[in-house]
Ligand binder design. Structure first.
Ligand SMILES: *Cc1c(COP(=O)(O)O)cnc(C)c1O
Length: 234
């Protein structure tokens, strides 16, 4: 079966490089996270042959089989980009390397406890709800400081930046204000408390809007469709 995954990856990498060049950034500042949800391990293997090693999933249960399948590929890094329920915190702590969807003090407490139990330190990003109307998850900007304060006392978690899933607009220019807001929030928090966001990641931008996200400072772009093709939900 012929699959264009390799070609898609090259094309996305070129687009990342072009978008970075436009705003004077180095393409190395932008991590390509391949969102493999709904796709089988074969697709992930092909993406890995084409040079990718960072994969994102949005459900703990679906991800578990894939992560276990690739457990001897120690170069792989697994990111949870979907909502995490507190009752899955333990599994998430065992399986993933980075959690993009930390969005409450309650979840932070559960996840920290799980990390201490399994003896891992997880990198987490704070998911911020910038839209209020369209997104179901994420902390409100006014809750962010309390969560950061809490995280600073936790040994099991390391806060490394912010993440957002803006509302969907066909025209990526309409998403730009959300990207700007996330970047400005990062700058404000870092100026109030230097170092509070660790590696200062901005996880933003998906298949249809990642170039705009890069121009607004994205350091991690989460790309599914443009790499693996359209998703079919059973
Ligand atoms: C599915 C998903 C993506 C990838 O979306 P595409 O439009 O297929 O690139 C990115 N981020 C999150 C949180 C997702 O759930």
């Amino acid at each position: 079966m012929d699959t264009p995954i390799e070609r898609n990856i090259l094309s996305v990498q070129n687009r990342i490089a072009d978008a970075a060049a436009v705003c004077g950034r180095s393409p190395e500042e932008v991590t390509l996270l391949a969102i493999s949800k709904t796709f089988p391990v074969e697709s992930i293997s092909r993406a890995a042959s084409a040079g990718l090693s960072k994969f994102g999933e949005n459900r703990v249960q679906e991800a578990e089989n894939k992560i276990l399948h690739f457990r001897n590929r120690s170069e792989f890094e697994w990111h949870l980009v979907g909502h995490l329920q507190t009752n899955k915190a333990k599994s998430a702590a065992e399986l993933f390397d980075v959690i993009h969807s930390l969005d409450s003090v309650r979840l932070a407490a559960k996840l920290n406890q799980a990390c201490l139990e399994v003896g891992r330190k997880l990198s987490v990003l704070l998911q911020v709800d910038l839209g209020r109307e369209a997104t179901k998850f994420g902390a409100r900007p006014e809750q962010v400081r309390e969560i950061i304060e809490t995280l600073s006392t936790y040994e099991g978690l390391r806060l490394d930046g912010l993440m957002a899933i803006p509302p969907f607009y066909e025209d990526p220019e309409q998403v730009r204000p959300y990207f700007v807001r996330l970047r400005e929030l990062k700058d404000t928090l870092e100026s109030e408390q230097p170092g509070c966001l660790g590696r200062k990641h901005l996880s933003m931008g998906m298949s249809h809007d990642f170039e705009v996200a890069i121009r607004e400072g994205a350091t991690i772009v989460r790309i599914g469709t443009s790499i693996f093709g359209s998703r079919h939900y059973g």
